[in-house]
Design a protein around this ligand. Structure first.
Ligand SMILES: *[C@@H]1O[C@H](CO)[C@@H](O)[C@H](O)[C@H]1NC(C)=O
Ligand SMILES: *[C@@H]1O[C@H](CO)[C@@H](O)[C@H](O)[C@H]1NC(C)=O
Ligand SMILES: *[C@@H]1O[C@H](CO)[C@@H](O)[C@H](O)[C@H]1NC(C)=O
Length: 338
C-alpha cells in the first residue's frame, strides 16, 4: 500500500531519472489523484514534481499558522497529495484548500522563472516594454504568476468531481487562495546610470514570500464567511453560493474564505469529523490563548513532564586558541494534554 510518505521520494531524484522511471508508474502510484489529474501528471511529469512541492509548501504553512490551535492541520483519513482532507466543510477545510491552491500556483510560477519547467518562463508581456506613464522599462525576469495560477486552476480544481455544495465551496476557496497570491505580487526595480543616478530604471514582478500568503489567509480564516448553496437550475443542482444570513442575497467576495458547516471543537478523536483530538498535544500552562492548557486540553487536564535542560554557557575565548565553557542546567517542565 502506498501512502503519502512516498511523495517526497519523487522530489529528490533529478528530472531525468523521474522520466526514466516512467510517468505512468509514478502517476499511478500517487494516491488520491482524480482522473484528470492523473492525465495531467502523465503529460507533464516535470510539472508533477513542482506541484507536489507546492502542495507540501501549503501543508507546511498550514501547520505553521495553526501550530498553537486545537486543530493543527492534521486530520484523520485518506492521505493525498494535498494532505489529509477534512470531511466537514468547515472553515479549517476552507483554509487548507486556499493554501494548497496558492502553494501550487506559487511553486509553479517560481519554477517557471528559474527555467525548470518546459512550456513556461518569465512573463513575456513584461519584457522590454516601456512603461510610459511611470518612466521605467520592464526588464529582468518577471514572474509569470498568471501561468502558475492557471496551472493551479487546471490541476488543483480537477479534484472536484462531485456536483455538490462542497464542490462549490472548495472551488471558491481555491480561487480565493490564488487571488490572495496574485494581489501580493511585488514590483522590484533597479536604477542604472553613472554612480547610481537613476537615468534609466528597469522593473520586474516577483512572487511574495509564501509566509506572507499564509498570514493573509490566516486572517481571512478568522473572518471566514458562512455560505449556503443556491440551487438555481431546472435540475436543482448547486449553482452558486450566497452568504448565509437572514434576508441576505449577497454573494461572498472573491477573496473571502467560505464554509458551509460549523467546525467541530477538535477536542476528541472523531472519525466522523476527521478530528484527531488534542490528546498528547503540548500546551502552555500560563498562556491565556489557544495554546493554554485549559483551552487546548478542553478541560481534561494535562500531564507535567519534568526534565533538566543542559547547555554550554559563559563561554570565554582564551588566547590562543581555545574556548572554555561552563555547563549550565535548569529544571524545566512541559505540559501535554490528557
Ligand atoms: C529549479 O531547479 C534547481 C536544480 O534542479 C533547483 O535547485 C531549484 O530549487 C529549482 N527551483 C524551483 C523553484 O523549483
Ligand atoms: C498535531 O496534533 C496531533 C494530535 O495531537 C499530533 O499527533 C501531530 O503530530 C500534530 N502535528 C503537528 C504538525 O504538530
Ligand atoms: C507561555 O505563555 C506565556 C504567556 O503568553 C509566555 O510568556 C511564555 O513564553 C509561554 N511559554 C512557552 C514555553 O512558550
Amino acid at each position: 500500500h502506498v501512502t503519502f510518505c512516498v511523495w517526497p521520494l519523487f522530489l529528490s531524484p533529478t528530472l531525468s531519472s523521474v522520466v526514466a522511471l516512467g510517468a505512468n508508474i509514478i502517476c499511478n502510484k500517487i494516491p488520491g489523484l482524480a482522473p484528470r489529474q492523473r492525465a495531467i501528471c502523465q503529460s507533464r511529469p516535470d510539472a508533477i514534481i513542482v506541484i507536489g512541492e507546492g502542495a507540501q509548501m501549503g501543508i507546511n504553512e498550514c501547520q505553521y499558522q495553526f501550530r498553537f490551535g486545537r486543530w493543527n492541520c492534521s486530520a484523520l483519513g485518506e492521505k493525498t497529495v494535498f494532505g489529509q482532507e477534512l470531511r466537514v466543510g468547515s472553515r479549517e477545510a476552507a483554509f487548507t484548500y486556499a493554501i494548497t491552491a496558492a502553494g501550487v500556483a506559487h511553486a509553479v510560477t517560481a519554477a517557471c522563472s528559474q527555467g525548470n519547467l518546459s512550456n513556461c518562463g518569465c512573463d513575456r508581456e513584461k519584457q522590454g516594454y516601456y512603461n510610459q506613464a511611470e518612466g521605467w522599462k520592464w526588464g529582468g525576469c518577471s514572474a509569470d504568476v498568471r501561468y502558475g495560477i492557471d496551472f493551479s486552476r487546471r490541476f488543483v480544481d480537477a479534484r472536484e468531481i462531485k456536483k455538490n455544495a462542497r464542490r462549490l465551496m472548495n472551488l471558491h476557496n481555491n480561487e480565493a487562495g490564488r487571488k490572495v497570491l496574485e494581489e501580493r505580487m511585488k514590483l522590484e526595480c533597479k536604477c542604472h546610470g553613472v554612480s547610481g543616478s537613476c537615468t534609466t530604471k528597469t522593473c520586474w514582478t516577483t512572487l511574495p514570500k509564501f509566509r506572507e500568503v499564509g498570514h493573509l489567509l490566516k486572517e481571512k480564516y478568522n473572518v471566514a464567511v458562512q455560505v449556503e448553496v443556491v440551487r438555481a437550475s431546472r435540475l436543482r443542482q448547486p449553482t452558486f453560493l450566497r452568504i448565509k444570513q437572514l434576508r441576505s442575497y449577497q454573494k461572498p467576495m472573491e477573496t473571502d474564505l467560505v464554509y458551509i458547516e460549523k467546525s467541530p471543537n477538535y477536542c476528541e478523536e472523531d472519525a466522523a469529523t476527521g478530528s484527531v483530538g488534542t490528546q498528547g498535544r503540548l500546551c502552555n500552562r500560563t498562556s491565556p490563548g489557544a495554546d493554554g492548557c485549559d483551552t487546548m486540553c478542553c478541560g481534561r487536564g494535562y500531564n507535567t513532564h519534568q526534565y533538566t535542560k543542559v547547555w554550554q554557557c559563559n563561554c570565554k575565548f582564551h588566547w590562543c586558541c581555545f574556548v572554555k565553557c561552563n555547563t549550565c542546567s535548569e529544571r524545566t517542565e512541559v505540559f501535554t494534554c490528557k
